[in-house]
Design a protein around this ligand. Structure first.
Ligand SMILES: Nc1ncnc2c1ncn2[C@@H]1O[C@H](COP(=O)(O)OP(=O)(O)O)[C@@H](O)[C@H]1O
Ligand SMILES: [Mg+2]
Length: 450
């Protein structure tokens, strides 16, 4: 090899410099680098607006603020997210529907919700599953005092009220379900079961020049709002399991690939979360289970005096007693008066200590063979932290609806719905015990993931 070439840089770096100067000429000043975009809210006397990069969106006041997503946005979103938000804003301004596609995880939904929160838009969210039917999207038939009538469902409500319909898990819907939305997506039109006809805003307004609103009402024509949009979320199929999208439907959407956040953004998020951690300790290590000291037992549990709804817990971890706070249930904590017949074996008390530690984070899954004590341990855990338990036995053919709602008939024949024990547990702050989670279809459980 030529020593001169080595001195002036490797051949790879020469090549990359050449490409950079060529591309720079093509793309302009910021061509080579990804532009950074700022997400900003502007308050002016003529109304508030949102600015992402150079694009401005004029904010409207929502009619139903309770339907606008909250608590999704971060102070300053990572750059990758800002790029996605800017893209969504562009498509939204053009009146186009979107399909955010990418690997499993909550990022797509989070970005969609962040966008809706930023633009103060009302959302109609639906988690699709293989049990989702046409009537779940359009209209549901109910009976009241002997007569049947229809209740608008998410897609119709979004269209008429100008909301954003978020269809989560497109690949989970059966193939014949989503095509009912084809015409609504393409022409903003849809024939409803109750005889009404949804018509695009432009066509409706044209008709309104020739006829009065009363006439259009008598023809059962309903205007689709110009603010109606659809954001679909899903996995690429194949690669992941699911139903591939019907090509005509697919072509209705502008698609964007949303992948995991790049390392740089992840790191920045970590810096933000751990502001008082010294920077030399911001280091990633793949730890082998054996090196993490596991707590061996629970020493004490008591109501926390500084944090309401929490318990002070002291665990014995690697020869040290460590006290921290975890969320707790509504029952008074009284560790001395526990009447359960739980026998504290070393392995079970260690498991409970680890579960309490995990409880600082999110929900948990206890896995083990039949009869190893999962149910007793879960009950003991609830007892310790003052939770009332709501056991829900899961079975194989359980549908997504069974998890959330139960339909029943009143003595006079009227149809009615009641929330499932699962939903009640959430409302009342109980500990939900989903027993036999391996038995239900995985797509069915996905309705709980939001
Ligand atoms: N630590 C324990 N203390 C008291 N009983 C226990 C304990 N571990 C297991 N058992 C008993 O063993 C049986 C099986 O436990 P269970 O929690 O129902 O198992 P799983 O839910 O994992 O199938 C139950 O009758 C339970 O009472
Ligand atoms: Mg059990």
């Amino acid at each position: 090899m030529h020593p001169q070439i080595l001195c002036s840089g490797s051949s790879a770096s020469v090549a990359s410099r050449r490409i950079r100067s060529t591309l720079g000429a093509v793309l302009g000043r910021n061509g080579w680098m990804w532009k950074t975009h700022e997400v900003k809210l502007h308050k002016t006397s003529s109304g508030d607006s949102l600015k992402i990069g150079e694009i401005i969106y004029k904010l409207k006041t929502p009619k139903n603020p309770e339907l606008v997503p909250v608590k999704h946005i971060l102070d300053s979103p990572p750059q990758a997210v800002a790029h996605h938000l800017r893209w969504i804003l562009q498509k939204d301004l053009l009146g186009q529907d979107m399909f955010l596609i990418g690997p499993p995880g909550p990022l797509r939904r989070s970005i969609a919700m962040q966008y809706l929160e930023l633009t103060r838009r009302e959302v109609e969210y639906v988690a699709l599953s293989r049990d989702t039917t046409e009537s779940d999207l359009k209209q549901r038939r109910e009976i009241r005092s002997g007569t049947a009538f229809y209740i608008d469902q998410c897609a119709v409500r979004a269209a008429t009220q100008g909301r954003v319909l978020v269809l989560d898990g497109l690949e989970k819907a059966e193939r014949n379900v989503l095509p009912v939305l084809n015409n609504l997506l393409e022409n903003r039109e849809m024939q409803l079961e109750d005889g009404r006809f949804l018509m695009s805003a432009t066509r409706y307004d044209k008709l309104l020049q020739e006829h009065t609103k009363e006439v259009l009402d008598s023809w059962k024509i309903v205007r689709v709002s110009e603010d109606f949009r659809v954001i679909a979320l899903g996995l690429p199929v194949p690669k992941y399991k699911g139903n591939p999208l019907d090509p005509p439907l697919r072509s209705r959407f502008q698609a964007r690939h949303i992948s995991y956040l790049p390392f740089k953004d992840q790191l920045e998020l970590l810096y933000k979360v751990g502001t008082n951690v010294a920077s030399e300790r911001h280091r990633f290590e793949l730890m082998d289970g054996h090196h993490i000291p596991a707590p061996s037992s629970v020493l004490s549990v008591g109501s926390s005096s500084d944090l309401e709804g929490h318990a002070d817990v002291t665990l014995h971890v690697a020869d040290k007693d460590i006290t921290f706070q975890v969320p707790a249930g509504t029952k008074p904590l009284n560790p001395n008066k526990r009447s359960s017949n739980f026998i504290s074996t070393p392995s079970h008390s260690q498991l409970i200590a680890e579960m309490i530690q995990s409880h600082m984070g999110k929900d948990m899954c206890v896995i083990g063979p039949k009869g190893c004590g999962k149910s007793v341990v879960a009950r003991e855990f609830a007892e310790l932290l003052g939770y009332s338990i709501e056991p829900v036995m899961l079975y194989q053919d359980m549908t997504a609806r069974d998890l959330l709602q139960q339909r029943y008939t009143l003595p006079n024949g009227d149809t009615a719905w009641r929330p499932s024990p699962l939903v009640n547990a959430a409302i009342e702050g109980k500990l939900l015990l989903l027993d036999g989670i391996h038995r239900v279809n995985q797509g069915t459980l996905a309705v709980l993931s939001r």
